[in-house]
Structures are given as C-alpha cells and as structure tokens.
Ligand binder design. Structure first.
Ligand code: DMJ
Length: 441
C-alpha cells in the first residue's frame, strides 16, 4: 500500500528535466544510429543496392546490383570512425563491383552516387582499385555527351553505350563536373573535364534574356520544353556546381557564370524570406512553393558569401520542418499548406544547417540539428534501419532506406554536431551527394 501511494505521488510530480545532450553526445548518437542502419543493410541487403527496412528485403535499381549503398556509404563509415565496417565495404567493392553489365542507367544518379563515392573513397583510402573502377565507369558513361548539343542524354547502357532520354534538365546536365573533373585530374585524361564542362556551358548559353533557366530541355534540339524556373528539384544542384566547380577547379568561366546566375536568381526567384517559382523568360511569378530539395540553397548562398540571405532562408526552411514536426516534400509558403506530404529522408536542410554553423558559428544551427535528429528518430526509425515516410501528417512509413541517407543525411548530421577537426571544412568540396573531394593535384 505504502509503495502504491509512493508511486502515485511520484507520478504526480513533474519529471526531473534531463539535461540536453551535449554536441559530443549528439555526434556519438548519430554515429551509433549510423552503425545500426549499416548493420541492418549488412544483415538484410548485403551486396544489393538498397535496403527496404520494413520488409527487410533488398532492392536493386537495375535488376543487377551496382553496390550503390556500399559505395555511397564508404566515406561516411570512414569519417564517422567505423573502420571495421568501412574495410568490409571497401573489400566488397574491390571484389564484387563490375560495370560490365547490359543495363541502361541514369547518368546523373550514377555519377553523383557511384562515381562520386568511388573518387572520395579512393582519396580517403588510397586504394587504386577504386580509382580504376571510377575510370572504367567514367569511360562507360561518356557516350551520354554524344548528343547534337553536347548536353548529356539521361540514360546510357553500361555495356553497349546506347543512350536514351532526350528530355533532361539543368540539374542532370550541370551536376557532373565535380566528378568528371576530379576524375580527369586524377587520371590525367582531359576529355572527362572537357565533356562535362561543355555540357554546362551549352546549358548556360541557352539561359533566357533575364538570366534564368527552366526545368526541362531537349538535349538534341536544345529547345526548352518547360518555362518553370526555381531552385528546386531538376535545377537545384546546377547552381551548386557552378559555384563549387568555379572554386575547386579555379575555373574563371564558371565563376562568371555563377555570378551572373545568382544575380538573376536573387532578382526573380527570391520571394520575401523564401525562393519561389517564376516564368524563366518574363520573370512573372507562377508558384509559391518551396520543398525539401530547395532546402540545399542556404548552403550555397552561405558558401557564395551571402550569409544574410542564407540565414533568412534557413529560418524559413525550419518553419517548413515545423509545420508537421518533420519536413514535407513540398509546401505552399503563402498558405503554409502541405502540397506533397512525403519525407524521403532527405538531407538538404541538414546540409544547410551544417554550412551555416560553419560560416556563422551560430549555436542555433546545432539546436536545429537536434530537432531534425529527434524527429528522424521518432518517426523514421525501424528495427532495421531508417525508412522514408508516406506522409509527414499521418507519419505512415514507406519501405526504403535510400543510399543518400547514409551518404548524406547521417554524414551532415554528424558533421553538424562533431568538433571541427572531424573534417576540416575548407580542405574539401562536397559533391551533391556529400562525397568530400580533395584537390590533390
Ligand atoms: C541526393 O541524391 C542528392 O543530394 C541530389 O542532389 C538530390 N537528391 C538526393 C537527396 O535528396
């Protein structure tokens, strides 16, 4: 009886507040969750492209595996201090990865995830086999540039070199140069750099009179097939690479292209504290939508030196996150209504928090990170890795751990919390899949 009364009294008392976790403790928790997710991949999807955490089954993008998760995760495992797991991944890649496959792959995705992962893996481990694989992959991807304009086709068959897909977009055309350029420098084959750079130049040349690009173009005719301009999916990383490649390769043409582009974007797409959509030729506003893919933009603004706009936009993105307690894919920022309720474990908002913490030393970005991590843990964690959400409103889960979750989402979260010497920010440039590349030439 006395025990029962004591329990009742204890239940009525407010819980003693737990002290919030320190940055070091948060970094350690991200590391532990990364390890658990990797272990789930090992247990249920080893040797395959991706893990489906709910059904505990593997997924291969093209029927045959290209080891997308191991290649995408290798540098994360190294940077987070998981050497045994990294070594196992490296050995799997060394022994099993082959591109001699009769499959038609998406050039953009394979470039940013696989070519980028092999290059950063090579630079971090010194394993020549990884560079050899990157060179072999690069050679097999090169036919994409054989269009009448030089802008890449969407798909290429790794064995036959047959290309397909004429309707592409600035992101897929303009997000190849960090990887192809690095490959060029490391193999001393200028062709890779020249082809990928020409593709960006061809795209840039087709910008409108007010300096904007739209989100679909035919790579054979060079004609735009859309008028929509924004900084979201299908355009996003085109801007990211203009800036990063200008600096990484010390390329004056790209620097000028970046300066002209950011001027036009700020002039026609900035909409109060958000960035929306406009007609690329007239600048007329068309949509007030912002989403999880747009959320990379504060990072790029900060890197370009505009921390004021970057901080303001990150504040907006954080509001988007808070509407349902985790980030929707698309939000109408005028009404704050959710337009697309999915959350595919995207990293961009975390990436921007990391860049802003680096550039402004602002503690508020670590606090944002705490909110992101708590929500991921609460809503996306399963007993076999993390999974995407069908709806941030109902929190209903879907069944996929995309390879970028370990490549990007967990890496940027860790780096946001970890001490600066975990990775010296200025010693690398991250490709759009968060693979850190070093200028070793
Ligand atoms: C990643 O593959 C890359 O960050 C890409 O630039 C955009 N989409 C995903 C993550 O959301």
């Amino acid at each position: 009886m006395r025990i029962a009364i004591a329990l009742l009294v204890a239940a009525a008392l407010p819980l003693r507040a737990q002290p919030p976790l320190t940055r070091a403790q948060l970094a350690e928790r991200v590391r532990a969750e990364t390890l658990a997710s990797w272990n789930a991949y090992e247990q249920y999807a080893w040797g395959h492209d991706e893990l489906r955490p709910l059904s505990k089954t593997p997924r291969d993008w093209y029927g045959e595996s290209l080891l997308i998760t191991p290649v995408d995760s290798l540098d994360t495992l190294i940077l987070l201090g998981l050497p045994a797991e990294a070594e196992k991944a490296r050995k799997l890649i060394d022994g099993k990865l082959s591109f001699d496959k009769d499959v038609s792959v998406k050039n953009f995705e394979i470039t940013i995830r696989v070519l980028g992962g092999l290059l950063s893996g090579y630079q971090l481990t010194g394993d020549e086999r990884l560079l050899h694989l990157a060179d072999d992959l690069g050679t097999r991807l090169l036919p994409v540039f054989n269009s009448p304009t030089g802008m890449p086709y969407v798909n290429v068959n790794l064995k036959t070199g047959a290309t397909s897909g004429t309707k592409s977009n600035p992101a897929e055309i303009g997000t190849l140069l960090l990887e192809f350029g690095t490959l060029s420098k490391l193999t001393h084959k200028p062709l890779y750099y020249d082809k990928a750079k020409n593709a960006v130049v061809q795209l840039y040349k087709r910008r409108s009179a007010i300096g904007l690009v739209a989100d679909e173009i035919d790579v054979e005719t060079g004609q735009w097939t859309s008028r929509a301009s924004h900084v979201g999916g299908a355009i996003d990383s085109y801007y990211e690479y203009l800036l990063k490649c200008a600096r990484f390769f010390d390329d004056k043409d790209l620097a000028a292209m970046w300066r002209a582009s950011i001027r036009a974007v700020n002039r026609h797409l900035a909409d109060g504290p958000w960035y929306g959509e406009a007609d690329f030729q007239t600048g007329k506003r068309t949509l007030s939508e912002f989403g999880s893919l747009h959320a990379f933009f504060p990072a790029v603004l900060a890197m370009g030196g505009d921390t004021k706009r970057a901080a303001r936009l990150q504040k907006s993105a954080f509001k988007m996150w808070q509407v349902a307690g985790i980030e929707p894919e698309v939000l109408n920022y005028k009404t704050m209504a959710i337009v697309d309720p999915r959350y595919p474990l995207r990293p961009e908002i975390i990436e921007s928090a990391y860049y802003l913490r680096h550039y402004t030393n602002g503690a508020r970005y670590v606090e944002m990170g705490r909110t992101f991590f708590d929500a991921l843990y609460a809503h996306c964690r399963t007993d076999a890795g993390y999974t995407t959400l069908k709806s941030v409103v109902t929190k209903e889960k879907s069944d996929l751990m995309p390879s970028y979750f370990l490549a990007e989402t967990m890496k940027y979260l860790y780096l946001l919390f970890a001490p600066d010497d975990a990775l010296r920010f200025d010693s690398v440039v991250f490709n759009t899949e968060a693979h850190p590349l070093r200028r070793t030439w």
